[in-house]
Design a protein around this ligand. Structure first.
Ligand SMILES: Cc1cc2nc3c(=O)[nH]c(=O)nc-3n(C[C@H](O)[C@H](O)[C@H](O)COP(=O)(O)OP(=O)(O)OC[C@H]3O[C@@H](n4cnc5c(N)ncnc54)[C@H](O)[C@@H]3O)c2cc1C
Ligand code: SF4
Ligand code: SF4
Length: 1013
């Protein structure tokens, strides 16, 4: 770190209570957002309150340092990126402050969906609905003046702004709403007085220019919104700042009006065989007062069909376009009538639509909305050299111009020989176009500016706007003059009134640099880093450099020099892939930010859920690896503690791999990264202990009863905590008097069977072997009861998942190679490999293939199956015995992350529903928080309980007798946190078959009986 940066960091740390981040690794995480751009900032401040913001702004003003406000970083035009100090509001400033029934005051980092969750019990909502509601912050939503599908009903965010607490560029704090110039001419005018009077003069003097240069489109997000803020001598300062993308002031509190939730709503998906028919249909739909009307083209629909089976079933291949139209009403009948009316009108009378599917129940309605909202991010799922790049993704024309405009749009694409996906809010004339270009191809990148220019000429000819809801950022600022002509100079004047020294978010809205669109392109892969520079490049032509303030910025960008002598740890890889797919995998992340979700509708990242900081997010891991691969960070970063700090925030649960719309394989990237770290530094003692949990369990079981005495003895636990980091507060499972492998040998299960058909190799893993042989025996009993022969290979080792999760890949490889060899051999003899432990199933089906480079790993993956999935398959083949006796209990089922990631449905829940008398409630409350060995460690103990709070709360319901889950780590957490027993589904099957009556005792066990106390 250079001395200047170090000084600024120390100064800021002395001034603010929040975080000040200055390490290259952390700065890199803030260098990108959901756009195609990348600029590494000088510093990141995460304020804890307004005072911190004021101090930061004052310091920046004194030192002429640019400031860039940031929410969730989901902007598509690079609005929150820059070379100065990034102020991240999303970490700590995320609370509701006041609510009076019609307005709500919040901090800017509050997530849009969480605000709506707070308002829902009051029958209210904040109506404007940007698609990324689960993650976007209200500060971002108001600063961009975001809209969404329901613009027809609610307009954009700015319409609902009542007042804003802002911090001006000199650090002045201001509760701003509609203001008039001060009458008091005696005293020195305050900074706020100056802004108001200068603004009134500017707007009054330029009223004609402002009026004449407004677009005819019904939406407009380009430049500053000046047409509706002056009323006589008063000016609505809050609404000038709303939509100004952090270029006029920083927002520290927002007071916004809230709207009633609709009583009833329903949607129709109208299908068309021509795009032009859909465009004409929009004008038929609008007079019927819909609450939303979205358009999807053929490419958008066909990609959605490929991404999800339900869409394939409902949308025939020949469909060229679809409209999703929503109505709201007082009663379901009223909504139904409106839906029927529009379908009938467009199909029979106007003969425009060829079909109209109607949905009024929640599930189906959500499915149709997913088609509209969810498909855009999934465009990135399809691996090809070209990608749907957002750079002309936000223009709008008056909706009645659609039939004329769309052919002109297609002509522009044809001229530039580009294909694109088209989706938009047709009701408000808004189109999100994403041309497919190869970001690694200089030729493709060179087409961006001419394509945008030609397209915008067409848009403006129809009276449209180049930005309908996403704002200008780097993508559109250079075209603002094209749209507004002389009004652009008025914007410049407004900027100077608020921010005379130009420190607030330079490079956005006010900037005359000609090549902003292609400057600072994000280097996805090493090749891009080379091609980017002729066009402005990642390290060249930074728009911030053209601003006066940024010109004086102490330089921080660019990787530090490679430290000679340190191994470049990604030249030789530890997993079974080469550098290209590794780099491509990191480059697959488009930065959309969906993985910052804390919503209960998704599982996503358990670590981000309880510690919502950028470095906790899966996106951060992809950014980190991409930067190392592209050279933006020194490869030796992989050996640094900062890297480990961030890598340790991935507990290898695989949830992001499953739920990321672009399908980025973050756990694999992190496996490689952690592996490199361990190869360079070795394991510290605490990590080493976690990777050897199986050895510790073996020892505890071998030494029994001393083992059980030891884990219940305070001094021993204190010692274990100090030495190995195992939390004293964590209740540990008892060691069994005898391991299952020994029991199996006695029962002669360790011999292969000669029987043909129906034979299983049981892969036991640590917990069932050393702590819960009853589970292993239950599986054996259940399988044998169903005529399946069981073989327990005596030489099998534990799965090695803790080694994989902590990057001890050399040892993990040894374990995997050993297991694969003996399991593949068994497969060749006709065995199916069955395991009761979800993380072991994940190893067999997924991780071993990444570690072991021969075909046997694939063979094992193909023939391995989780125990409940195996039995459910048996049932579906009509071969599972159903002589099940009643078990009268009410259970709360938690599905472990690793099973969810295997995408096998919920076989255990299905099986349990076969048991008479058993009532199973699915608890869909996210991760248990235990995350393998994560929750065992002292440093994570509390965090782990917090992360599993949703599950614990649900389990504590007095109507639930016990928990049920397949995962042993989740079981430990559930039993400790909810003080109720938790059983494996296989044990309940054994009980119901009458094979293990002793299991009944566990259904009513008391907390102290579950652990050694
Ligand atoms: C897949 C996808 C779909 C999207 N769909 C929509 C959509 O339907 N509608 C829509 O409008 N947008 C959409 N967007 C764009 C984006 O989500 C919105 O613009 C969103 O409002 C940005 O919020 P954020 O919290 O991520 O803000 P950021 O991206 O972090 O910041 C956005 C801007 O707000 C400024 N800002 C943030 N906080 C403050 C503050 N406290 N004070 C001053 N300035 C601040 C930043 O400087 C920046 O200029 C989409 C993006 C993606 C990736
Ligand atoms: S990891 Fe996936 S969800 Fe997260 S930002 Fe990247 S693409 Fe989006
Ligand atoms: S694998 Fe799990 S812990 Fe790791 S980043 Fe993804 S969701 Fe988070």
């Amino acid at each position: 770190m250079d001395l200047n940066r170090e000084r600024i960091r120390d100064d800021l740390r002395g001034l603010v209570k929040g975080d000040v981040l200055a390490d290259d690794v952390y700065l890199q995480l803030y260098a990108s957002d959901a756009s195609i751009y990348q600029i590494r900032p000088l510093m990141v401040v995460r304020p804890r309150g307004t005072e911190d913001v004021v101090s930061t702004v004052r310091y920046a003003a004194e030192n002429k340092l640019p400031l860039h406000a940031r929410g969730a970083g989901t902007g598509l035009a690079g609005e929150s990126l820059g070379k100065g100090i990034v102020v991240d509001f999303s970490r700590y400033m995320r609370r509701v402050l006041e609510f009076d029934g019609s307005t709500v005051s919040i901090q800017p980092g509050m997530v849009h969906a969480q605000l709506n969750q707070f308002l829902r019990p009051h029958g209210l909502q904040f109506g404007p609905d940007p698609a990324m509601t689960q993650v976007t912050t209200m500060g971002g939503v108001v600063s961009v003046d975001s809209g969404g599908s329901h613009w027809l009903k609610h307009g954009s965010a700015r319409r609902h702004v009542e007042r804003l607490q802002i911090v001006l560029a000199d650090g002045t704090r201001w509760d701003a709403a509609r203001e008039s110039p001060t009458d008091d001419l005696t005293g020195e005018p305050t900074r706020c007085d100056q802004v108001v009077s200068q603004l009134v003069d500017c707007l009054t003097g330029n009223a004609a220019i402002i009026r004449e240069h407004q677009p005819k489109s019904v939406v407009n997000r380009c430049g500053y919104q000046l047409a509706d803020v002056l009323n006589g001598e008063t000016v609505d300062v809050a609404r000038v700042v709303a939509g100004s993308a952090g270029t006029l002031a920083l927002i520290t509190q927002l007071t916004v009006a809230v709207q009633p939730l609709p009583k009833h709503c329903g949607v129709t998906l109208l299908l068309f065989d021509r795009l032009e028919s859909a465009a004409r249909a929009v004008m038929e739909v609008l007079p019927t007062n819909p609450s939303a009307c979205d358009l999807m083209d053929r490419r958008h629909l066909s990609l959605a069909r490929e991404a999800a089976v339900p869409f394939d079933l409902i949308i025939p291949a020949e469909i060229e376009a679809a409209l999703l139209v929503e109505y709201e009403g007082e009663t379901p009948a009223e909504v139904r009538d409106q839906l029927n009316h529009i379908v009938d009108r467009l199909r029979r009378r106007k003969r425009l639509a060829i079909a109209g599917l109607i949905a009024q129940d929640r599930e189906e309605t959500e499915l149709y909305w997913r088609l509209s909202h969810g498909a855009t991010p999934t465009l990135h799922r399809f691996k090809a050299t070209t990608r749907p790049l957002p750079f002309v993704e936000d223009f709008a024309v008056p909706p009645h111009e659609f039939p004329e405009f769309l052919p002109r749009l297609q002509n522009v694409l044809k001229q530039h020989q580009v294909t694109a996906s088209l989706y938009g809010h047709a009701g408000q004339g808004q189109l999100h176009l994403r041309p497919f270009l190869d970001p690694n191809n200089p030729g493709d990148l060179a087409r961006m500016t001419p394509l945008a220019t030609d397209l915008y000429h067409e848009v403006l000819e129809f009276g449209g706007t180049i930005s309908g809801e996403h704002g200008d950022g780097f993508s559109r600022t250079q075209f603002i003059r094209l749209q507004y002509g002389p009004l652009t100079d008025v914007f410049g004047e407004v900027k100077r009134i608020f921010d005379p020294s130009g420190i607030l978010n330079p490079g956005k809205v006010i900037e005359d640099a000609p090549d902003l669109l292609t400057s600072c392109l994000r280097p996805g892969l090493p090749a891009v880093a080379q091609v980017a520079s002729p066009l402005g490049g990642a390290s060249g032509n930074d728009p911030a450099e053209t601003s006066s303030a940024a010109a004086e910025l102490p330089v921080s960008a660019g990787p530090p020099p490679t430290s000679a002598g340190k191994l470049n740890p990604l030249t030789e890889l530890r997993l079974t892939w080469s550098r290209e797919p590794l780099a491509a995998s990191a480059g697959d992340c488009n930065g959309c930010g969906a993985c910052r979700s804390q919503s209960s509708d998704e599982r996503m990242c358990p670590i981000f859920r309880y510690a919502p900081a950028e470095e906790s997010s899966p996106r951060a891991k992809a950014n980190l690896m991409r930067a190392i691969l592209s050279g933006d960070l020194n490869p030796s970063t992989l050996a640094d503690d900062e890297f480990k700090g961030i890598a340790d925030l991935c507990v290898h649960c695989h949830m992001c791999r499953k739920e990321c719309p672009a399908g980025v394989d973050i756990p694999r990237l992190m496996m490689e990264g952690k592996g490199a770290f361990v190869q360079n530094n070795g394991l510290n003692l605490k990590d080493w202990a976690m990777t050897r949990v199986d050895t510790i369990s073996w020892l505890g079981q071998f030494l029994n009863p001393v083992g059980n005495w030891a884990i219940g003895n305070r001094p021993v636990r204190w010692f274990l905590e100090k030495l190995l980091g195992i939390s004293q507060a964590r209740k540990l499972p008892r060691f069994s008097p005898r391991s299952f492998l020994r029991i199996a040998a006695r029962r002669k299960l360790t011999r292969t069977t000669r029987r043909a058909g129906g034979k299983v190799l049981y892969f036991v893993d640590t917990f069932a072997n050393y702590h819960d042989p009853q589970l292993a025996l239950a599986l054996v009993e259940v399988l044998e009861h169903n005529g399946i022969a069981v073989f327990v290979h005596p030489d099998q080792l534990s799965s090695g998942m803790p080694m994989i999760a902590l990057g001890a890949l050399a040892k993990a490889k040894e374990v995997a190679t050993h297991n694969v060899a003996l399991l593949a051999d068994a497969v060749r003899q006709g065995y199916v490999i069955v395991t009761t432990e979800p993380s072991a199933a994940m190893c067999l089906k997924h991780e071993y293939s990444l570690l072991v480079p021969d075909d046997d790993a694939g063979l094992v993956a193909q023939h391995a199956v989780e125990a409940c999935a195996f039995l459910w398959q048996l049932h579906r083949a009509g071969r599972l015995r159903l002589d099940l006796k009643p078990v009268n209990a009410r259970l709360g089922y938690h599905q472990p992350c690793h099973l969810r990631a295997l995408e096998i449905g919920t076989p255990s829940e299905n099986l349990l529903r076969l048991i008479p008398g058993l009532v199973v409630h699915e608890i869909d409350a996210g991760c248990s928080g235990m995350a393998g060995t994560f929750g065992l460690q002292r440093k994570n103990f509390r965090a782990s309980l917090r992360a599993g709070r949703g599950l614990t709360r649900a389990l504590r319901d007095p109507n639930i007798n016990a928990g049920v889950t397949e995962c042993s780590a989740c079981k430990i957490q559930m039993e400790q946190a909810a003080a109720k027993p938790t059983l494996h589904p296989i044990k309940l099957l054994a009980l119901s078959y009458g094979l293990m009556p002793e299991v009944a005792e566990f259904l009513t066990a008391r907390s102290e009986e579950l652990f050694v106390s």
